[in-house]
Structures are given as structure tokens and as C-alpha cells.
Design a protein around this ligand. Sequence first.
Ligand SMILES: Nc1ncnc2c1ncn2[C@@H]1O[C@H](COP(=O)(O)OP(=O)(O)OP(=O)(O)O)[C@@H](O)[C@H]1O
Length: 199
Amino acid sequence: MLKVNGISYRYQNNGPWVFRNFRLAVQPGEIVGLCGYNGAGKTTLAKIIAGYLKPHEGEILVDEQPVSSFTGIRPVQLVWQHPEKSINPKWKMKKVLEETTDLDEELLSLLGIKSEWLDRWPSELSGGELQRFCLARTLGKHTKYLIADEMTTMLDAVTQAQIWHALLELAKQRNIGILAISHNQHLLQKISDRTVSIA
Ligand SMILES: Nc1ncnc2c1ncn2[C@@H]1O[C@H](COP(=O)(O)OP(=O)(O)OP(=O)(O)O)[C@@H](O)[C@H]1O
């Protein structure tokens, strides 16, 4: 289980708390939707859960082990809203994928990634195509939980539906728990087993 155990965070010492004593649990294979107003701290929370920021209070546990204690590829992976910002523009897509995971033909096919795209530069792909790669590279065999932070917000409705359909199928197959963060309540209600609010 992924446990968010009473975490508190603020960006400056003595500054305002973004949140205090926040708690959440995600079971393997469970899809939890997280909503909250602009500035409520959703992205901050995503970064803490994925291990990019350290909370001032509380801890994140995966199967009772602190997430910070995992070495190598982390069991909790994060997909951001802007794929173009998280991909090295100087690498072809095959290298982007191989940095974190072995090429998994079945996964690529499920995510609708065409083999000819592997030989392209990031600038030669659309936002939706790039986001499929960002998702693919987070879904290596070590991944137990995925945090999707406004993952499809920039995409058209058809692409959004295709990507979520593929991800939910994969989550079911591999028993991956997902925390889906979005301001789009309609999307969250459609994809989630339950939804929670950060504020
Ligand atoms: N690097 C930073 N330094 C200082 N304050 C920050 C920093 N990043 C975010 N904040 C502040 O922390 C609060 C939470 O921001 P965060 O981006 O986590 O919210 P959010 O819920 O994801 O917002 P949105 O829905 O607008 O993306 C905001 O008040 C923001 O101004």
C-alpha cells in the first residue's frame, strides 16, 4: 500500500503551510482521484509523494518502507502535465525510453506508440505523442504506484480518453495504484474508484 502519513510542507521556514497533516492511502490497483483549487498544493503533494521534495512532517511509505529509502528506480513514478519540459530535446525517443526502462513492445503498443516514432526527435512529435512516451518510461517493471499530475490536461478529448483507457487497462493488468490529480472533476469521476480533496 502507498501511505501518505500526516505530511506537512511549506516552501520557506516560517512561511505559510501549503498543507498540514495530510493523509491518504492508495491500495495496489486502486485509482484515487485528487482534486483541489488552484494553489491548494496538488503539485507540491505530487512531488513529495514521488520523492522529489522532502516533507517537514510526516512520511511516505510504500509497503511500510519509507519511499526515500528505495535506491535505484523508484516504485512511485510521476507524470507531469508538460511532456516537452521533461524530455531531453537532444535525445531521440528510443534513447529517452531506454534511459529508464527496457523497450517493452507490448507496453508501447498498448500506449499507441508507433515504432517509427522511436527514431524521431522530441520536436518531431505532437504533445499527445510525447505524453505517451512520458507515460511509457514511468511504467517499468519496478513501478507500483503512479502519480498523474494533470497528465492529460493539455490534450484534446479523444487523445485524453485514449491515454487514460490504455493506462487503466495496464494498471489493472499489473495491479498498479494510481493517484490521478486534476481540476477536472468530470474526468476524475469517470476514471477513479474514489476521489479525495486536498482542501
Ligand atoms: N517553488 C516554490 N516556492 C515557493 N512557493 C511555491 C513554490 N511552488 C509552489 N509554491 C506555492 O505553493 C502553493 C501550492 O502550489 P502548487 O503548485 O502545489 O498548487 P496546485 O494545487 O498544484 O496549483 P495549480 O492547480 O494552480 O497547479 C501555492 O501557493 C504556490 O504559490
